[in-house]
Design a protein around this ligand. Structure first.
Ligand SMILES: *Cc1c(COP(=O)(O)O)cnc(C)c1O
Length: 418
């Protein structure tokens, strides 16, 4: 039976409990049961984000130049704070977007249009990127008829700069790396990619969607974070999500360009229709003013010290998880995670990692997996601080159960992210 719009409306008092019933079976993210989707930080950050969001709930980012000048100023300040965080030169600029997918779409579109204008010999453009590159690149390629060349990783699961160099041809418009990549949480050798970009005069994009707003602070509090931003001369554009480890409200991301002349190719400007001329800096039209306000408020609420304090706690937590996982006989953390994305695999032929995942699911944890290598992946926020012992205990019990069952086939259908 198809649900129909009800004839008579109902009050909030009536709706709220029904909605709560509808979502009562959803993953219990507040208890750290979700290894992705939710990036909760602390109650005070949540409150600031929510207050700011609700205060500007009705405002529309589309009207930032003409109607909502103040929200427009918040947006510019968010971009400027990001530019200074990422050591961007004087003439750099950027935009707020609705997420990593849109940020990447825009960076790739800007690069494509810049290439059309400046390298007319490129008629069949390709992007050379590591195997671990996020599928948002493929979405962009799908829309723009581009080729993405995914290059196998080095043994440490970081981009293989030499192999990427070898895959570049005269139709390559962009090379890319991640800081860090989604599946393994390791930062690619952006310095090596930058060297290639400078030497071959190519556009290098750094996908810092997940890590952009935590890595600089992890570095400041003493963790080993390789350079990945505009301090490297070959980096022409970067994407960094505020709604992940920037601790801001969804939907909010940023895309930055070393020079305004690159950003000019991002703009959409159209007059050939019945309405007036329409110019937008990004691709979407209407955008929630609340997300812009929340980003401004959270960044100013935390400041460098607040971000550092969170990074310190998160990195400590990540290393505790890694030590605990490595201490379980039969499991091993994959690569050397730079932040709080931790993937782990089986080292024991009698312990199929997909079966461990099944066991963990039956214990109430949402489990994400990667394919190459077959591993369980977790993207941890401060929500995962408290349930660590519970998680590790369940993990030990799951490994023991898999060993005891001895190689029953796990359901392959459940090994994807979504
Ligand atoms: C999350 C993520 C994206 C996509 O961002 P959305 O906000 O989900 O659209 C792109 N790249 C990386 C590395 C990511 O982690």
């Amino acid at each position: 039976m198809r649900k129909e719009l009800p004839q008579k409306g109902r009050s909030w008092a009536d709706l709220e409990p029904e909605m709560e019933t509808m979502t009562s079976g959803d993953i219990d993210w507040r208890r750290g049961r979700s290894p992705m989707y939710v990036f909760y930080t602390t109650d005070d950050v949540y409150e600031v984000a929510r207050n700011a969001y609700m205060k500007y709930f009705t405002e529309n980012g589309l009207g930032n130049a003409k109607a909502f000048i103040g929200v427009g100023q918040m947006e510019r300040e968010v971009i400027e704070m990001g530019l200074s965080l990422f050591n961007a030169p004087e003439n750099a600029t950027g935009s707020m977007t609705t997420g990593g997918t849109e940020s990447l779409l825009l960076a790739i579109k800007s690069c494509r249009d810049w290439t059309r204008a400046n390298r007319p010999e490129v008629t069949n453009p390709n992007v050379v990127a590591p195997m671990s590159t996020h599928p948002a690149f493929d979405k962009a390629a799908d829309l723009m008829n581009l080729e993405i060349r995914r290059i196998p990783l080095r043994d440490d699961l970081r981009a293989d700069a030499n192999a990427m160099d070898a895959a570049i041809d005269d139709q390559t418009m962009m090379i890319a790396g991640a800081a860090p990549c989604f599946p393994h949480g390791v930062i690619d050798p952006i310095d090596e990619l930058s060297e290639i970009a400078v030497r071959r005069d190519l556009w290098l994009h750094v996908d810092a969607c997940v890590g952009g707003y935590i890595s600089p602070f992890a570095k400041r509090v003493g963790y080993d974070i390789p350079d990945f931003d505009f301090s490297l001369p070959g980096v022409r554009s970067m994407s960094a999500d505020l709604h992940k480890f920037g601790h801001c409200a969804k939907p909010a991301s940023t895309v930055f360009y070393r020079d305004t002349s690159y950003h000019d190719f991002q703009k959409f400007d159209h007059a050939e229709w019945s309405g007036g001329r329409m110019i937008t800096q990004t691709y979407v039209g209407t955008r929630p003013g609340g997300a812009i306000a929340a980003a401004w408020a959270v960044m100013n609420h935390l400041g460098i010290e607040g971000y550092e304090a969170i990074a310190r706690r998160m990195l400590e937590m990540s290393h505790q998880y890694q030590d605990d996982i490595n201490a379980i006989d039969g499991l091993r953390v994959v690569g050397k995670p730079h932040i709080t994305i931790v993937a782990y695999e089986s080292t024991d032929e009698n312990v199929e990692i997909a079966q461990v995942a099944e066991q963990m699911r039956s214990r109430g944890w949402l489990i994400g997996m990667s394919r190459q290598p077959a591993a369980i992946i977790t993207m941890m926020s401060l929500l995962h601080e408290r349930p660590r012992e519970e998680y590790i205990d369940d993990l030990k019990a799951s490994v023991a159960d898999v060993r005891a069952e001895g190689g029953q086939a796990a359901s392959a259908a459940n090994t994807n992210y979504s």
